[in-house]
Design a protein around this ligand. Structure first.
Ligand code: SF4
Length: 332
């Protein structure tokens, strides 16, 4: 088989933007296969690295926001969570399912990814790769060019669309073969492996679990807000977000929804922006205002004035500041 024979073969690859994604695509492109990437986004992970990889390699990229389909899976992943709230097996399965639907709809011949057998202890064993493939609904259509010769023959290989002899047999955790391959392809500009998924972050995961435990309907803004500030749970129905820096205050303002949230700010001293649900009872809004004041230089033995923005109205309430050590136990 030569490159010219492959010119009509089209492959759609899942792209994380890391070196392995790039190499997998280049190994196929070397055979003359027309490669395109897809990358998925949610509030937990972005496609920015994939965008950069697409820019540097010229491989076209499609980005798809998948929060709506991701959340039901994340609430109850069939294979459970990893160390934190990361449902890696089901996450991969979902991504391959969505990529597979796109493959069918847009006339691609097969899917591929940069996964390397045995590189990650849990999600890249033979059994895991097999599980993902089987449950994605696209069994036989997922090619892993970097480890292909260690894995069963896929449909595109069997059909002669891909030359198996020109695929690789990498396995294990060593990065040396990939670095050598990167040299071979002249790839020097690639991000550090792994990282970037908030579902593997201990603090984010704790807040997310709290959110799932207390709130039936969860939207993008709720998930964005988990990234910023200190979070305090005042009762089963009410939590507040307290900005720690000017930037966080700004983010809280950006992601708040005036229809759902009230913002609090101390009048006389600089300090946090605090967010609380609009439906919270007055007594809890007052407590939130007291916590807000406690994170400023306002004297603890005097009442402070807190501005309550309940759009379109604004009012001022007076509260006695609550010092942080009195509310530490409420921190999520
Ligand atoms: S680390 Fe995050 S993005 Fe990656 S597979 Fe796991 S859950 Fe999905």
């Amino acid at each position: 088989m030569n490159d010219a024979e492959n010119k009509d073969v089209r492959a759609l690859g899942l792209c994380s933007g890391g070196l392995d994604s790039i190499l997998a695509a280049l190994v196929l492109r070397q055979q003359g296969i027309d490669v395109t990437w897809v990358s998925f986004e949610t509030p937990f992970f972005s496609a920015d690295k994939a965008r950069a990889a697409s820019q540097s390699t010229g491989i076209p990229l499609k980005v798809q926001r998948i929060t709506d389909v991701y959340l039901p899976m994340l609430r109850d992943p069939a294979c459970g969570y990893g160390k934190h709230m990361n449902p890696c097996m089901d996450c991969h399965t979902l991504m391959f399912r969505l990529a597979g639907e796109r493959m069918r709809a847009e006339g691609f011949d097969f899917l591929f990814s940069g996964e390397v057998l045995g590189q990650r202890p849990m999600s890249q064993t033979k059994t895991s790769l097999r599980y993902v493939e089987k449950h994605s609904g696209f069994e036989g259509y997922i090619l892993r060019p970097l480890s292909a010769r260690r894995l069963p023959v896929t449909i595109p290989e069997a059909k002669g669309l891909v030359d198996r002899d020109r695929l690789l047999d990498l396995s294990g955790r060593s990065r040396k073969p990939q670095i050598a391959l990167a040299d071979h392809f002249g790839v020097s500009d690639y991000p550090a492996p792994a990282g970037g998924c908030l579902l593997t972050d201990v603090n984010y995961s704790r807040r997310l679990k709290d959110l799932f435990d207390h709130q039936e309907q969860v939207g993008e803004a709720d998930l964005e807000l988990l990234k910023y500030g200190r979070h305090f749970r005042l009762n089963a129905h009410t939590k507040i977000v307290v900005g720690r820096t000017k930037d966080e205050n700004q983010k809280i303002i950006e992601h708040h929804d005036p229809a759902d949230h009230v913002l609090l700010k101390l009048k006389a001293y600089p300090g946090p922006t605090v967010l609380i649900a609009r439906c919270a009872p007055d007594v809890l809004t007052a407590k939130a205002a007291a916590i807000c004041a406690g994170y400023t230089k306002a004297p603890l033995d005097r009442e402070a004035e807190v501005l309550v923005q309940r759009a379109p109205q604004r009012e001022t309430i007076r509260v006695r500041p609550l010092s942080p050590d009195k509310v530490n136990h409420l921190l999520i």
